[in-house]
Design a protein around this ligand. Structure first.
Ligand SMILES: *[C@@H]1O[C@H](CO)[C@@H](O)[C@H](O)[C@H]1NC(C)=O
Ligand SMILES: *[C@@H]1O[C@H](CO)[C@@H](O)[C@H](O)[C@H]1NC(C)=O
Ligand SMILES: *[C@@H]1O[C@H](CO)[C@@H](O)[C@H](O)[C@H]1NC(C)=O
Ligand SMILES: *[C@@H]1O[C@H](CO)[C@@H](O)[C@H](O)[C@H]1NC(C)=O
Ligand SMILES: *[C@@H]1O[C@H](CO)[C@@H](O)[C@H](O)[C@H]1NC(C)=O
Ligand SMILES: *[C@@H]1O[C@H](CO)[C@@H](O)[C@H](O)[C@H]1NC(C)=O
Ligand SMILES: *[C@@H]1O[C@H](CO)[C@@H](O)[C@H](O)[C@H]1NC(C)=O
Ligand SMILES: *[C@@H]1O[C@H](CO)[C@@H](O)[C@H](O)[C@H]1NC(C)=O
Length: 311
């Protein structure tokens, strides 16, 4: 009887613990707001003083939108998602060059971005240009060294544009190099689209998450109504390696975590050790998975009991 009550208490206890410690990997620093609208803002990112690791991780939450929208630092780049594994999913502006049927320019934009602690992901993005009278350039900086590249696309009819592949007819794409912390994108035409205006009145260029892009001949005109497209950014702490960072008072990896050097540019990241999950940048961020992962209190009770028994 006594044993049964104890069991019941244990079950209740673990059920409560399980409810309290439901896995939330994307935690903010203690006492800090952890969401802007529907987007979680995990540390090292934060929205107010003392809530972010340094200025590079500042997120500006603009409450005039409904729901509120998070922006990177003080830019106009809005954030879709922050992954604690070193990536940011953002929306980035498209470069346009549009003409009327007489070859007069209607509008042109040349978007650019520049950051210190962030790099455009070279593995997840491509530089893409669309149009049938189009040449596009991307310029950027890798530390203090500049680079420039681009691609062109000329075509005379919409009929031979194949959907699904960006292969050079109506669409061209190139890879981008590692380590770019600043880019600007520009697009232009040879003949002001006069020869192709009825099916291709504009040229467009942008850096976009490759997996989300599926070219179609419809894009020659429907992109006109699209101002932003998804892009992936890599983030890292500082600009030194783990070996150097470990000796510094600003070392960002906390208990039960390990440090890794990033692939894209300088800096390092932290991740929880095997058997732990959570936010490795917070003091108690990495939690043992056996405590956290079982949703049912009864299951935890049994597990705990077995463990005790095994001892
Ligand atoms: C929020 O967004 C509005 C509309 O785009 C803009 O006018 C305003 O300056 C923004 N506020 C902040 C704090 O960035
Ligand atoms: C954001 O990223 C997390 C982890 O990478 C993922 O589980 C979640 O589905 C993503 N959310 C959106 C809206 O993309
Ligand atoms: C193309 O447009 C530009 C800007 O509107 C203009 O200066 C130029 O003369 C035009 N060229 C042709 C070939 O129509
Ligand atoms: C490509 O897709 C568009 C609509 O997205 C369609 O109108 C067009 O006929 C397709 N072209 C080919 C060659 O299948
Ligand atoms: C790309 O879009 C076409 C229709 O426009 C569709 O048939 C095809 O499955 C899509 N491919 C991918 C990889 O999404
Ligand atoms: C390109 O066209 C396809 C088919 O109409 C559409 O699903 C897709 O969203 C367009 N791509 C972009 C980047 O707008
Ligand atoms: C762009 O949007 C306008 C209205 O906002 C619409 O009239 C037009 O047909 C759209 N153009 C394309 C190419 O989708
Ligand atoms: C590394 O970061 C420090 C502090 O932010 C800065 O002073 C230094 O110039 C950076 N070094 C390089 C090579 O970017």
């Amino acid at each position: 009887m006594v044993l049964q009550i104890m069991r019941l208490q244990l079950i209740l206890f673990w059920a409560v613990v399980a409810a309290m410690t439901k896995p939330t990997w994307a935690q903010a620093k203690l006492g800090c707001q952890d969401k802007c609208g529907s987007v979680s803002i995990p540390y090292p990112f934060g929205m107010t003083d003392n809530c972010y690791y340094n200025e590079g991780f500042l997120i500006t939450c603009n409450e005039t939108f409904n729901p509120p929208k998070p922006f990177l630092q003080e830019s106009n780049i809005d954030i879709i998602n922050i992954s604690i594994n070193g990536q940011l999913h953002v929306m980035q502006y498209v470069a346009y060059d549009c003409y009327d049927q007489f070859g007069r320019r209607e509008h042109q934009t040349k978007p650019w971005i520049s950051f210190e602690n962030l790099k455009v992901s070279s593995t997840e993005n491509k530089f893409i240009a669309i149009g049938c009278d189009t040449y596009a350039t991307i310029r950027g900086y890798q530390n203090d060294k500049s680079y420039e590249s681009g691609c062109m696309s000329i075509c005379s009819s919409i009929d031979y544009i194949s959907n699904g592949s960006c292969s050079g007819i109506g669409c061209c794409q190139i890879s981008i190099p590692e380590g770019l912390h600043s880019i600007d994108v520009a697009v232009n035409s040879y003949y002001n689209h006069t020869k192709v205006w009825n099916f291709s009145p504009c040229s467009y260029a942008f850096v976009m998450e490759e997996d989300k892009f599926n070219f179609s001949s419809a894009n020659l005109s429907d992109l006109r109504n699209v101002t932003e497209l998804p892009m992936v950014i890599d983030w890292a702490i500082g600009n030194v390696t783990c070996e150097v960072a470990k000796t510094s008072s600003e070392y960002a990896c906390m208990k039960n975590s390990m440090c890794y050097n990033v692939q894209n540019g300088a800096g390092y990241g932290c991740r929880c050790l095997e058997g732990y999950k959570g936010n490795a940048y917070l003091p108690h961020g990495c939690q043992g998975t056996h405590q956290l992962s079982y949703k049912s209190g009864i299951y935890i009770y049994k597990k705990t009991h077995t463990q005790i028994y095994n001892l």
